[in-house]
Design a protein around this ligand. Structure first.
Ligand code: HEM
Length: 124
């Protein structure tokens, strides 16, 4: 199988494969399956997100912090590690090696800033 590049088609395939794994995961699956009713819409949104992050296309217009805050009671730092593990496996399997590395670095940074926003709060 040919490895994918970071373009809209490659990112679309990656997002589809990643969320198929997430949905089948015994810990992450229930959180996503409970929260998301329109999967084609979610996959489109996440393809736009990665296109904005990696290709600076500006297609994603959402707000990831409040979207995750809604599910804060179910999400832990350990689950973030699990998410990143599945992301690493999927990007390694599908993407060219340099692309996989870049996608993994980006996801790790975004996961860190989401966790700072979700789990640490400084009351002034
Ligand atoms: C949306 C779960 C990590 C990017 C969502 C939603 C859930 C979810 C349930 C749907 C929110 C809703 O509409 O109710 C999780 C869990 C994670 C995780 C359990 C890890 C433990 C990440 C990471 C990224 C990310 C690391 C980015 C690298 C997004 C984006 C959305 C989203 C862009 C769409 C937000 C919007 O509606 O605009 N996530 N997520 N997530 N997630 Fe995550």
């Amino acid at each position: 199988m040919e490895l994918e590049r970071i373009d809209d088609e490659g990112l679309g395939h990656l997002v589809e494969a990643f969320y198929a794994r997430v949905r089948a995961d015994e810990e992450l699956g229930p959180i996503f399956n409970d929260a998301i009713s329109d999967w084609p819409e979610h996959l489109g949104k996440l393809t736009d997100f990665w296109s904005s992050v990696m290709l600076t296309t500006g297609r994603y217009k959402g707000q990831p912090v409040p979207a995750h805050m809604k599910h804060r009671s179910k999400i832990t730092p350990e689950l973030f590690e699990r998410w990143l593990g599945l992301w690493a496996e999927t990007t390694d399997a599908l993407m060219e090696p340099a692309a996989a590395r870049a996608l993994q670095d980006k996801a790790r940074r975004i996961a860190q800033s989401l966790q700072l926003a979700m789990f640490f709060r400084i009351d002034a």
